[in-house]
Design a protein around this ligand. Structure first.
Ligand code: ZN
Length: 485
């Protein structure tokens, strides 16, 4: 895999990426390693056997949650080829380049890598710029926006890299980035090998130079990028009818996702009513924009009719309960989504570090459970679907989000003999999924994206995490200095 050390991020990347390549990951923490290379040195490991995982947790092809004990997974060229009981199927040694032993020392649980449907990665650099302790939230948001306005391309790149690598440690392998810049997010995705939907704002407060024409330029070259381009607007009512007509044409022509914040507060809903004479989802319908290619974040203040429209047009919804709580936005009406048959169109996201201080989806799943418990119990199996297969379907990722033959090999490796997993009821292993979520966030041991180990033995193979953190700290303080704070 080649290093990305060009353009905007050249200097920054050179300092935070490892010199070595994938070839040496089995030498790290050698005595604790689970890796055994069979291929010749330096050759890419295209055929990987994950041997004897204590459990494979996945949603199956009938959308049912499964926990298969003592299973192996065989991966070829980034795709899952076979999933089988460890004591049954045999793969000839000559067909394996790398074995990962998931059976020893208490065993490893594997799950699909999680899918984060809403984030603002470059804002990672602003962590702690908004201390929700003393002071007034409105003033703090204004201060934060001033800092954001002074960020450079290198800052955006470092922030996004910090965000993606933190997500990876928490088992997330796909991220939808909603932001005003494209290239720095593209570079950070390449450097960390994170799967990224790169939704660039066509109309943006923080980046007033962005236009639908700029987005069109990117979409014309959409197959030449590492990330998957998409279109964003901050809020629908920030765009003019002419801009929305152009966006509609681009969504149709390029078959890309179109995402926006929607009904986060009653105030924003009223601004939409003032501008368009109706509520957000009604505007989408009237303008011919309502479709399964649309993804709405927050959706706290929707009318029953709007939820019916979401159902009718199969619009995707990202639920962000931690963000809603911190910003006092109100409470997402999960019960209405269940009643109106649209609950399977809901997935979860992290938002930025300004709205949730750990970029992880297990704690967001727990937050979802707790937030709605007084009215409705969101089952653990449903929460697990919301961060894997259901999210992949909503984001139109194709064969992503399950550990089944034919699926992309995006896999998170979790140590079973760990706080929070144990003890569990061996006669009812489904209780492990409950344990996984109720314990809140946890770090993975290893992480695979498209068949390549990105993290091995808890060490990132591409990004020097220690150097990155130092760099982020320096960039953060330099940014404060630029605005004199
Ligand atoms: Zn957001």
């Amino acid at each position: 895999m080649s290093k990305q050390k060009k353009d905007i991020s050249q200097a920054a990347a050179a300092e935070v990426l490892h010199d070595s390549d994938f070839a040496d990951y089995d030498s790290k923490r050698k005595n604790r390693s689970r890796y055994m290379s069979l291929g010749s040195e330096g050759r890419r490991r295209q055929r990987v056997l994950i041997h004897g995982a204590a459990f494979v947790i996945t949603v199956d092809d009938k959308e049912k949650l499964q926990l298969w004990p003592d299973h192996s997974v065989y991966i070829v060229n980034g795709k899952i080829k076979e999933v089988f009981p460890a004591d049954k199927g045999r793969i000839p040694v000559s067909d394996i380049d790398l074995i990962y032993d998931a059976s020893k020392r208490g065993g490893i649980i594997i799950s699909p890598g999680f899918v984060n449907a809403h984030s603002h990665p470059p804002m990672y650099l602003l962590r702690s710029s908004m201390m929700l302790d003393k002071g007034n939230v409105v003033e703090q948001v204004a201060k934060m926006a001033r800092l954001e306005g002074k960020m450079t391309d290198e800052d955006f790149f470092l922030g996004a890299l910090g965000d993606f690598t933190e997500e990876q440690k928490n088992g997330i392998t796909t991220t939808l980035s909603h932001y005003g810049v494209f290239d720095p997010v593209e570079e950070a995705a390449k450097a960390s090998q994170q799967n990224v939907i790169n939704a660039i704002s066509a109309v943006s407060n923080s980046h007033p130079e962005n236009t639908p024409a700029l987005v069109e330029k990117i979409l014309r070259r959409k197959n030449s990028y590492f990330t998957k381009p998409a279109i964003a607007v901050h809020y629908l009512h920030k765009a003019s009818p002419a801009q929305l007509a152009k966006i509609k044409q681009l969504v149709k022509k390029h078959r890309v996702l179109f995402t926006m914040h929607a009904a986060e507060s009653e105030e924003w809903v009223q601004e939409n009513v003032e501008k368009f004479g109706e509520r957000t989802v009604e505007t989408l319908e009237r303008l011919g924009l309502a479709s399964s290619q649309v993804l709405l974040s927050h959706c706290v203040h929707l009318s029953g009719r709007e939820i019916d429209l979401i159902k009718k047009y199969k619009i995707g919804v990202v639920h962000l309960p931690t963000s809603n709580k911190l910003h006092k936005s109100g409470e997402f009406d999960f019960v209405e989504f269940v009643k109106r048959g649209a609950a399977d169109q809901v997935c979860l996201g992290t938002d930025s570090v300004i709205s949730k201080n750990s970029l992880d989806l297990l704690s967001e799943a727990l937050q979802t459970r707790i937030t709605h418990l007084h009215k409705h119990r969101v089952l653990y199996e449903d929460l697990f679907r919301m961060v894997t297969s259901q999210a992949a379907k909503i984001l139109k990722l194709g064969k992503v989000g399950k550990i089944l033959p034919g699926y992309q090999a995006d896999i998170a490796f979790w140590k079973l003999k760990d706080r929070g997993f144990l003890p569990y009821n061996e006669k009812e292993p489904l209780s492990l999924v409950g344990n996984m979520i109720t314990h809140g966030g946890r770090n993975i041991r290893d992480l695979m994206i498209k068949g390549e180990f990105i993290i091995s033995n808890r060490v990132h193979n591409l990004v020097n995490e220690s150097a990155l953190l130092v760099k982020l700290q320096e960039a953060h303080m330099a940014l404060r200095k630029r605005i004199g704070k």
